[in-house]
Structures are given as structure tokens and as C-alpha cells.
Ligand binder design. Structure first.
Ligand code: GTP
Ligand code: MG
Length: 200
């Protein structure tokens, strides 16, 4: 997709502040520091999402409006230990409330550090998203940090643990942009469906 315009539209701290525009949402979900904002910037070929070496900086849902046609939603990182239990619960409530809203077409992009094994929380989230019927792809990022052999092994592990098909698990690296086109292909697929349904 050619990016004509992209910018922060709104930072959302509670479900009632979600923009009420009839546009599809691409949701970027993953643990702190996994590379969500970096992935968004690579997809858009510009630095609009805030990245940092300090994990857990994003504390809200950041809505970026792309080409006035769709939203990219940058989720706060989760599972971060210095956040109080209450804060963590508030976060989980916001995300689940938002994701379960039926009135927006959504695709969930869950991001993992390819070197890690998904934990019980993450597998729980995957199952929850599947059960909600939201289209889901996994992006295994930081692929530049491991060997080709290990890429294949990790890929197989993710397939086995999540039950997703190879086609829905994409290996990515911000440093060489590996996987970028494939991710766009999946986003397009999810977004165009809606466009056809609604005859935009
Ligand atoms: P929070 O907003 O805190 O949840 O973090 P985030 O998931 O948005 O992560 P962010 O994009 O800020 O990236 C975290 C760190 O990982 C930064 O130092 C990035 O430069 C680095 N990083 C992200 N993607 C890659 C990648 O593909 N390869 C390498 N080598 N580093 C990466
Ligand atoms: Mg971020």
C-alpha cells in the first residue's frame, strides 16, 4: 500500500474514547519491548510510533490514521512486572473490552520476539482472539538476532503451540525488512474484505 498520510489520531485511555469512525483497525499486540512500534514504523516507512529502549512506555491505545482509510492501533505492552496488579487488570479490561467490540472490522497482529517461547498468558490471548473470531496473524520479530536454522525451529514451535498455519505466522526483522510485504498482504486481505462488503 502506498502511504499518502499517516499520523497519530488519538491516544485512548478508556473504551469510550475509541474513535467512532467506520474504518478497519489493525491491532498490534505484544509484550513490552517486543518491537510493536518499530514494526509499525517499518510498515509505514516513517517514524510515527514512539519507540524506546525503556520498556513499558506506552500506557494507552494509540490510534494512527493511515491514508484516511484505516487505523493502526499500537497496544500498550503487557506482562510487565513493575506495573501494579491493579494497573495490569485495568489494562487487560481495556484491551478485552476494545477487542470484543463488534462494530469495527479488525485484524490482530500479535508480535513475539522470535528468540522466546510464548508463555501461558500469550497463548491464552491467542485462544481468546481466535474465540472472538478476530482474524489473527503472528509476527515473529528480531529475526536478525538468530541463525536461519533457529528461525526454522522457532517457526515450528510457534506452529505447534498455537495451532495456527504457517501462512499466518510471519518472520520479520526491522533491520532488513524481511516479512514486510507478507504482513501488508495479510492486512490488505483483512481490510479489503470489508471494503467489498460495504461497497466503499
Ligand atoms: P513498548 O511500547 O514499550 O511496549 O515497546 P514496543 O513493543 O513498541 O517496542 P519498540 O518498538 O519500542 O522496540 C523495542 C526495542 O527493540 C528497540 O530498541 C528496538 O530498536 C528493538 N527492535 C525492534 N524490532 C527489532 C528488530 O527487528 N531487530 C532488532 N535487532 N531490534 C529490534
Ligand atoms: Mg511501543
Amino acid at each position: 500500500m502506498k502511504i499518502i498520510s499517516a499520523g497519530l489520531f488519538r491516544s485512548v485511555y478508556s473504551a469510550d474514547a475509541i474513535p467512532d469512525l467506520n474504518l478497519p483497525h489493525v491491532c498490534f499486540i505484544g509484550r513490552s519491548n517486543v518491537g510493536k512500534s518499530t514494526l509499525i514504523n517499518v510498515l509505514l516507512q516513517r517514524k510515527i510510533a514512539f519507540t524506546s529502549s525503556k520498556p513499558g512506555r506506552t500506557r494507552c491505545l494509540n490510534f494512527y490514521l493511515i491514508n484516511k482509510k484505516l487505523f493502526f492501533v499500537d497496544f500498550p505492552g503487557y506482562g510487565f512486572s513493575y506495573v501494579s496488579k491493579n494497573e495490569r487488570k485495568g489494562w487487560k479490561d481495556l484491551i478485552e473490552k476494545y477487542l470484543s467490540l463488534r462494530r469495527f472490522r479488525k485484524i490482530a497482529v500479535m508480535i513475539f520476539d522470535i528468540r522466546r517461547r510464548p508463555d501461558a498468558d500469550e497463548l491464552g490471548m491467542i485462544n481468546w482472539i481466535k474465540a472472538e473470531g478476530i482474524p489473527l496473524i503472528l509476527v515473529l520479530t528480531k529475526a536478525d538476532k538468530i541463525s536461519k536454522n533457529n528461525l526454522d525451529l522457532q517457526m515450528m514451535m510457534y506452529e505447534r503451540l498455537t495451532g495456527l498455519s504457517k501462512d499466518d505466522i510471519i518472520i520479520f526483522s526491522a533491520s532488513n525488512r524481511m516479512g514486510r510485504e507478507k504482513i501488508w498482504g495479510k492486512i490488505r486481505e483483512a481490510v479489503y474484505l470489508k471494503i467489498e462488503e460495504r461497497r466503499w
